[in-house]
Ligand binder design. Structure first.
Ligand code: ADP
Ligand code: NI
Length: 202
């Protein structure tokens, strides 16, 4: 029997250490929101049995090897799994969930995900929507030295069309779809207000 609480506390410590000082919208609070949202989605899931340990562990560790935050050479996830002797059964499922989580990996083609993978993906994507999604987007742009708005495709305002407005239709679970609808609407109202203010239509 593995000590799940011990492994989760070590995963939380590692996430705090890696994300603690991130100013690109991938800070430790993002990780905690994903953990809490994933727990909520897991409890809302009525049709399938969900392994909460796997959901929590994947949520804590989902961004530790993100190429935007690391050089990708360290394989922190694999090192963590080996150090804390996480059983191979869990290792395989965890690596699978995290590999298929990102928006960019989902563009490469649809893979059949486990219910735990669907939940963590939804939780991560919900954090890109609503008021918090808008805050994270400008934080990311600022951290990368990008302009708020410009004809240049790198300007942060382009990210709404390019990605954020597409997320609502990519949710896996029923509860995530409900929350995404609300947060999507909030983004639309932000964009409409932004348009008015910047085009002086007020
Ligand atoms: P995922 O891993 O779910 O694909 P990312 O790590 O790419 O998500 O993005 C997480 C958040 O970082 C986005 O929701 C957004 O707020 C911000 N972000 C990522 N790329 C950009 C970008 N090009 N411009 C502005 N914000 C971005
Ligand atoms: Ni994330």
């Amino acid at each position: 029997m593995i000590n799940q609480e011990y492994i989760l506390s070590k995963a939380s410590d590692l996430a705090k250490q890696i994300h603690g000082h991130d100013a690109s919208g991938h800070d430790f609070h993002h990780i905690l929101r994903v953990v809490h949202m994933a727990e909520h989605l897991a409890h809302a899931e009525k049709t399938e049995a969900v392994d909460l340990f796997l959901v929590r562990l994947a949520s804590y560790l989902h961004d530790i090897d993100d190429p935007k935050l690391s050089d990708g050479k360290e394989h922190r996830l694999l090192m963590f799994l080996a150090k804390y002797e996480v059983p191979v059964y869990y290792q395989e499922r965890l690596v699978d969930i995290i590999d298929n989580l990102s928006y960019s990996s989902s563009l490469k083609g649809k893979v059949e995900q486990t219910i735990e993978g669907k939940i963590v993906q939804d939780a991560d994507r919900l954090d890109a929507l609503g008021a918090i999604g808008i805050a994270r987007t400008f934080s990311y742009g600022g951290a990368k030295g990008r302009l708020i708005d410009d004809e240049d495709k790198n300007a942060t305002m382009h990210h709404f069309e390019a990605k954020l407005l597409k997320l609502k239709d990519l949710m896996n679970t029923k509860e995530a779809k409900r929350i995404a609808k609300k947060r999507h609407k909030f983004i639309l109202s932000f964009l409409s207000e932004y348009d008015k203010e910047t085009k002086r239509l007020d």
